[in-house]
Design a protein around this ligand. Structure first.
Ligand code: GNR
Ligand code: NI
Length: 170
C-alpha cells in the first residue's frame, strides 16, 4: 500500500471530470487500497480518486466511529434522491481547515460496483448520504466550496494559496 498526495484547492486538476472504470481489475484494487491508506492517514471520512489525481470513477468512504468497514464505490450512480434537503457542515481534505454549510439530499439510493466488480445498491442518510454526494461531486470536477458565494470562495482560495506557500517555506 502507498500513501498518495492529496491535491489542494484551487489546483485545476480538481476540476477534471472522471471517466467510468471499464474493468474492476487488480490495477483498480491497488488504487482502492492506496486510497484507503491515504484516507485513514488523513483522518477523512471519504476520498475520491480525483483528489489523488486519478480521473476514474472510484470512491472510498468510512463514516463509522471505529474505522475498518470501508465502503468502496466504483462507477457510482444515485438512483433515488429525496426531495427533502439537508444543510450540514462540510469539510474537505483538499480544502483543509475550511468548514461550511452545503445543501444536500437528505437520503439517496446508491448503485455502484464494489471492489470485486459486483453491482450493489444501498440507501444512505445522515453523514453517509452527505459523504456520497460530496465524493460524487469530486468525480464531476466539483468541490464543496463551489456551492459557496464568490466572495467566500475567493477568500478561501487566498487562504489556501497562502497556506501552501507557508508550508513550502517551512
Ligand atoms: O473528511 C471529510 N469529512 C467530511 C465532512 C462532512 C462532509 C463531507 C466530508 S468528506 C471529507 C473528506 C473529503 O474531502 N472527501 O472528498
Ligand atoms: Ni472532499
Amino acid at each position: 500500500m502507498a500513501r498518495l498526495q492529496i491535491l489542494r484547492y484551487p489546483d485545476p486538476r480538481l476540476y477534471t471530470v472522471a471517466r467510468p472504470v471499464a474493468q474492476v481489475d487488480e490495477r483498480i484494487r491497488v488504487l482502492v487500497d492506496d486510497m484507503l491508506e491515504t484516507m485513514y492517514e488523513a483522518e477523512g471520512v471519504g476520498l475520491a480518486a480525483t483528489q489523488v489525481d486519478v480521473h476514474e470513477r472510484v470512491i472510498v468512504i468510512d463514516t463509522a466511529d471505529a474505522p475498518g468497514s470501508p465502503i468502496v464505490l466504483i462507477n457510482p450512480e444515485l438512483v433515488v434522491k429525496s426531495a427533502e434537503m439537508m444543510l450540514g457542515d462540510e469539510g474537505c481534505l483538499s480544502v483543509p481547515e475550511i468548514y461550511d454549510k452545503v445543501p444536500r439530499h437528505a437520503r439517496v439510493r446508491v448503485r455502484a460496483q464494489d471492489r470485486s466488480g459486483e453491482a450493489r445498491e444501498f440507501d444512505a442518510e445522515g453523514l453517509l448520504s452527505v459523504a456520497v454526494q460530496h465524493e460524487m461531486d469530486h468525480l464531476l470536477g466539483k468541490v464543496f466550496v463551489d456551492y459557496l458565494s464568490p466572495l467566500k470562495r475567493s477568500r478561501i482560495k487566498t487562504r489556501m494559496l497562502k497556506k501552501t506557500r507557508d508550508e513550502a517555506r517551512a
